[in-house]
Design a protein around this ligand. Structure first.
Ligand SMILES: Cc1cc2nc3c(=O)[nH]c(=O)nc-3n(C[C@H](O)[C@H](O)[C@H](O)COP(=O)(O)OP(=O)(O)OC[C@H]3O[C@@H](n4cnc5c(N)ncnc54)[C@H](O)[C@@H]3O)c2cc1C
Length: 446
């Protein structure tokens, strides 16, 4: 048997890819539904992800997968509008003239920021077009030091620092310049008259997940089945899986683990030094909008890191006319006071924060609010990160052991659904290659 541990996008993509190559993998998922971090809630209309999601125009593998699965026509590309909240004012930052009008950066700061985003190094007054080509050269360069040297103090203090604080909290200065440069390249198509082009499935990413489950075969995706342990010798031997309160042992020939790496370590001893941060994220269903922007970064002190008004991206008509707003914050540890608040306390804390920022907002307009949390949702892309990624092929630990979870190479410089698909494919391909090399197609039955 080939077992895939975890039914998020990476596990389902790995199972799909294996099946395309003639194997019959079984996916074991701990929770009652698939999707992992991309799982959805029901609304009065289409489903909505518990954690905000969209695709960047540079992400291709997931688009090809959607086409293959017959749901490519459900993928829509829309303009996502970004704004920055500074000193109580929302500044749209999409078009050239909006950026020109932004008062918190000087013309010189804007020039230095613009050159960095175009990948041009203008230090010393002579433009250099290939300084940033070799990202690995920046792996050990601290992000703050890099930004102060390659842009200006104004760009760091009034543009990047609040964004880094929202994204990495107290770990913001641990991040590498390579991450930032990779992230700039990763951000897809930006039109200086319209904003950034972003992808979203009509009906949510659940459409893609459903199509994957269908392709893999519902009978091959076992939910409510947390894996408890993996027995390994020279090769992987068996999985202990809990189902309906009893634990059973399943003999395995190969295992693809797609969970966070602390479970891989618990089960197999493989150590991964990557630190992860958690997320607290609420979806607020309302009868009126709060802003007219999709993505609102916040420079001022606020009880959340960002406000993402989904229905300024996808029309409210898709959700029975309701307006949907994400309120979200990363937490660096489970000691964080936010992490320890009850859902009702989070609701009160965050709605008070929105009221303070937007005097026209009233909690009367809130119809429902759901809070999701997960202690491990995003890696801290600290210096030397690439040396810490977990390889797809873990035969150094045991033959037949593979990894495609968030600590994979494909989830750098930003973890994403596309990265999950690529990681799942990579692990599946390496597994298939190893099988073909060792025993030939006779073992193909999975
Ligand atoms: C706040 C937030 C915003 C995001 N925004 C975007 C975005 O805009 N665009 C984008 O592309 N990506 C985004 N992502 C990232 C994206 O959600 C992830 O990269 C992707 O879902 C990871 O998929 P995965 O399969 O690797 O992991 P997961 O989704 O975590 O799946 C792992 C699965 O393993 C299961 N599991 C855990 N333990 C066990 C066990 N013992 N036995 C069996 N199963 C187990 C879990 O239940 C889970 O289903 C965002 C994530 C978050 C949290």
């Amino acid at each position: 048997m080939i077992a895939v541990v975890g039914g998020g996008i990476a596990g389902l993509a790995a199972a799909y890819r294996l099946q395309q190559q003639g194997y019959e993998p079984t996916v074991f998922e701990a929770s009652s539904s698939v999707g992992g971090l991309a799982a959805t809630y029901e609304t009065a209309g289409d489903r909505i992800e518990a954690f905000y999601h969209h695709l960047s125009a540079t992400e291709e593998t997931i688009v090809e997968l959607a086409e293959e699965l017959g749901v490519g026509d459900r993928l829509e590309w829309r303009w996502g509008h970004d704004s920055y909240y500074v000193d109580g004012v929302v500044h749209p930052l999409n078009t050239a003239w909006e950026i020109a009008a932004y008062p918190h950066l000087s013309a010189y700061d804007k020039f230095r920021l613009g050159m960095l985003t175009l990948g041009v190094d203008v230090r010393g007054g002579v433009p250099n077009f290939d300084t940033y080509d070799d990202l690995e050269a920046f792996e050990h360069v601290p992000i703050k030091e890099f930004l102060l040297e390659h842009t200006s103090r104004g760009v760091y203090e009034y543009f990047f620092e609040p964004l880094l604080r929202a994204k990495f909290g107290s770990r913001k200065e641990d991040v590498s310049a390579a991450w930032l440069l990779g992230r700039i390249q990763f951000r897809g198509e930006r039109d200086l008259t319209k904003g950034e082009k972003l992808g979203y499935f009509e009906g949510s990413f659940g459409v893609l997940l459903d199509a994957l489950v269908e392709a893999v075969g519902r009978e091959n995706v076992v939910t409510d089945a947390p894996v408890q342990d993996i027995t390994i010798g020279k090769s992987v031997e068996s999985l202990r899986v809990e189902q309906d309160g009893t634990v059973s042992e399943h003999e395995v020939d190969d295992v693809v683990v797609t969970t966070m790496p602390h479970l891989l370590e618990r089960w197999t001893g493989y150590e991964c030094a990557i630190d992860f941060q958690g997320s607290v994220c609420a979806v607020v269903g309302m009868d009126a909008p709060v802003t007219d922007t999709y993505w609102l970064n916040i420079a001022d002190e606020a009880p959340f890191g960002a406000l993402i008004e989904h229905t300024n991206f996808v029309p409210p008509a898709r959700y029975g006319g309701e307006h949907l707003l994400y309120c979200a914050s990363y937490v660096q540890s489970t000691d964080d006071p936010l992490w320890n608040m009850s859902d009702d306390e989070v609701r009160d804390h965050w709605l008070s924060g929105i009221e303070e920022m937007f005097p026209d907002f009233s909690r009367e307009q809130v119809e429902w609010m759901k809070v999701a949390r997960n202690p491990r949702t995003a890696p801290i892309y600290e210096r030397g990160y690439l040396e810490m990624v977990v390889p797809y092929d873990l035969s150094v630990v045991a033959d037949g052991l593979y990894y495609a979870g968030m600590a994979s190479r494909a989830q750098y410089p930003e973890r994403s659904l596309n990265g999950g698909v690529v990681a799942g494919y990579e692990a599946a391909d390496q597994l298939a290659t190893a099988r073909n090399q060792s025993v030939g197609p006779a073992r193909k039955s999975g």
